[in-house]
Design a binder for this molecule. Structure first.
Ligand SMILES: Cc1cc2nc3c(=O)[nH]c(=O)nc-3n(C[C@H](O)[C@H](O)[C@H](O)COP(=O)(O)OP(=O)(O)OC[C@H]3O[C@@H](n4cnc5c(N)ncnc54)[C@H](O)[C@@H]3O)c2cc1C
Length: 345
């Protein structure tokens, strides 16, 4: 063995014990008196602490119904919280008073039933998007569309209208693939204070129940349409942004999952050529979406620092002249790109 190889192996052996990967902690932390909820950034956009007196973790639809029943019976203010809590605004924070209560879907995440004959899958609302994708793909099916980001639960995606990119068919919004939705809503005492509504597309509440921002009840199950398994071919073309205002329509018409990332200050557009490919097509299997590349922690920290500076500067200006107002936008930190980042549907 050469000296170089020897030192290289020694170096690897030295650094391996130093590398630790940590799964994100639960967004809900409780002590003896109170539970607090954070989003995945560790701070809400209003900078306040979100709290509740208690939390429950139902594991079945019936337990979810009992949780809502408990809330109604005791006149509590509750919100559904997920394992990820990736929302930026305080959507999952209940009204802050001495009656706030969290219902978490973190442990309500096991049900995935595929109906191959009818090209459909029914899932518990706490199921994570990645687990659902893996399960349907294993069985020879694909979801028609999905958001770019897989760190979401099915309940969270549907409640917030999260989307991928497409204007073909029903478009890129995930909730457009919902065939049926079950929601636990408050009910009368004789009904046990909570009941389960099963809504299909003919029901007048169907659309409202889908993108409800968590305010119309607790989504328990969702039935989604499937397609036979397909692959996608994705190529990024970094090019001049000339004529982008005309090119984008042709681009979106031509490619089923097209999108454009536009950097106006650099006069650059990144056209994503994204379309279905035959199952026997080969590729590297890597989804190298620009927004989710690994970054040194120094990058988001310095962007965040710059944002805080802007905020402080703005506060100073406000103190001097009350006519100015600036808010702090967390998305540029998240993606580590400038605010020029635009996703075109
Ligand atoms: C890095 C990153 C990338 C993202 N990329 C995209 C993207 O490509 N496209 C896009 O559209 N969005 C994107 N988002 C936004 C993301 O899709 C939403 O924030 C989504 O709501 C997060 O899902 P969640 O499971 O974490 O839900 P949470 O953030 O925990 O909850 C969101 C809301 O849904 C409610 N809710 C959740 N489950 C239920 C339920 N079972 N019943 C009733 N209400 C419920 C909550 O009460 C809350 O009001 C991204 C977010 C991040 C952090």
């Amino acid at each position: 063995m050469s000296n170089t190889s020897y030192y290289f192996i020694l170096w690897i052996l030295c650094i391996v014990p130093l590398i630790h990967s940590l799964t994100p902690k639960s967004p809900i932390q409780c002590n003896k008196t109170i539970c607090t909820l954070e989003n995945s950034y560790g701070t809400w956009n209003d900078r306040k602490t979100c709290y509740a007196l208690n939390v429950t973790y139902p594991t079945t639809e019936q337990q979810l119904r009992l949780a809502v029943s408990h809330v109604v019976q005791n006149n509590l203010k509750a919100k559904i919280v997920t394992k990820f809590s990736h929302t930026i605004p305080t959507l999952s924070c209940p009204l802050q008073n001495n009656h706030a209560f969290f219902i978490s879907t973190e442990k309500y995440d096991s049900g995935i039933e595929i109906d191959a004959e009818n090209l459909a899958v029914t899932v518990d609302s706490g199921v994570k998007l990645r687990e659902l994708i893996d399960e349907v793909e294993k069985n020879g099916f694909s979801l028609v569309n999905a958001p770019y980001w897989e760190g979401v639960t099915i309940g969270g995606v549907i409640s917030t209208g999260a989307h991928g990119s497409s204007w073909w068919g029903k478009g890129g919004a995930f909730h457009e693939q919902v065939l049926e939705i079950s929601v636990v809503v408050p009910a009368s005492k004789s009904e046990g204070y909570a009941k389960i509504l099963r809504l299909d597309s003919h029901h007048p509440l169907f659309n409202a129940a889908k993108v409800s921002l968590g305010v119309l009840g607790a989504i328990s199950k969702v039935k989604l349409s499937l397609e036979h398994r397909f692959k996608r071919s994705i190529t990024f073309n970094f090019t001049d942004d000339n004529d982008i205002e005309n090119v984008y329509m042709d681009h979106a018409n031509k490619y089923e999952f097209a999108d454009i990332t536009w950097y106006p200050s650099r006069h650059t557009a990144v056209y994503r050529y994204d379309f279905r490919a035959p199952l026997n097509a080969s590729g590297d299997g890597v989804f190298d979406f620009i927004g989710f590349q690994a970054n040194s922690i120094l990058v988001p920290e310095s962007v965040r620092g710059a944002g805080v500076n802007v905020e402080l500067h703005s506060i100073m200006l406000n103190l001097i002249s009350t006519s100015r107002h600036t808010s702090f936008d967390p998305w540029p930190n998240l993606f580590s790109v400038s605010t020029n980042y635009i996703l075109v549907k």
